[in-house]
Design a protein around this ligand. Sequence first.
Ligand SMILES: [Zn+2]
Ligand SMILES: [Zn+2]
Length: 415
Amino acid sequence: MLLQVPRGTKDILPQEITTWQEFEVKSRQVFCLYNYFEIRTPIFENIALFKRSLGDSTDIVQKQMFVIKQGKDKFVLRPEGTASIARAYLENNLGFGTKLRKLFYIGPMFRAERPQKGRLRQFHHIGAEAIGLSSHNLDIELIEISDYLLQTLGISKYKFIINSLGCHNDKLKFGILLKKTLLKHKKNLCGECKLRLSRNVFRVLDCKNEECRKITNALKFDHSYLCDDCKTHFDKVLEGVNKFNIDYEVREQLVRGLDYYSGVVFEIIHPELGAQDALGAGGRYDHLFKELSNKEIGAAGFAFGMERLMLVSPMKSSPKQLSGYIITLGREATDRGLDMLREIRRAGISCDFNYSDSSLKSKLKEANKLGARFVILIGEDEINKKRVTIRYMEESKQEEIEFEGVVNFLKEAIN
Ligand SMILES: [Zn+2]
Ligand SMILES: [Zn+2]
């Protein structure tokens, strides 16, 4: 236990970190193109925020929150990003002077779930939120940016599932309709779903039980619960998406696992993740702000699970290469070598030094293991000649150059 990471968490090791960094850099570039700005909120928030925004009867609030008690206060390690960002938007008055505030975030989220492939207790989200407007064009932009982000990360074969829950009133109507229909199948639903019928009927659609899925998959409402405005909004969104050559399917069963969603919602699935897991998801959540602050603020967003993106992306980066490695023999050579080390590093070239007392052979072995491109050898002979021996590690050849020429040599060689 002492020497093990907690279940459902993992170390991201030096050999993996370059892939993570590349994912982050590429995502930041995409968000920048669409004028989204990064925001970093604390990883824990007051428990009330999540209960209020995600919904008391959701699986996350009921079973998956990591609660921290500190004196009289209760905090939760954030299970997702949207609630914190809505809180930050209101608290910092980020809507001041602008009709639309576009934000993105990258960071760890926490859910006390049973760990399995592609599902960890500490996982990472890349997400975006566009807050201030209810325009259908914004829904389209969020679907389009999700698509571009996936392409940029080298991912293909994914598919969008899109639905509309309608405005708050429509969603209530949808709920009533759903309950009426599901009541006819009550005896075939699992025990938990029987309870969900009265607590929160939408959660029946998230149930993984096979019998329940058979019943819910057969449901068909033809979006009869949508009011005229929401129907038009949804049609316009689909019209926009049709222009982009995006693979998508409309599915009425898609309601998303959190209560704050309304309007157009979407999920991105990938065949390599299996039927139950999405790469990412998003949608409109205009009602969240009403719930938190009693203000009417239109908003929509999405989030991707980074670990899942990595499972299906062919993009793998190798660790950064070390350009130089200095090996010295003897006191004077070491003094000279350490000066040179500093000079090389400050010229913007990565370089390291062999600090151990081992033999030349084992020092060279170490340089090889580190993947250094050039070894700079300084011994007694070199000190006398005021020259160093540069060994090309890949080509296994070497040459002598003057002390003063080392920085320039490396500069030219690595470019
Ligand atoms: Zn409506
Ligand atoms: Zn069920």
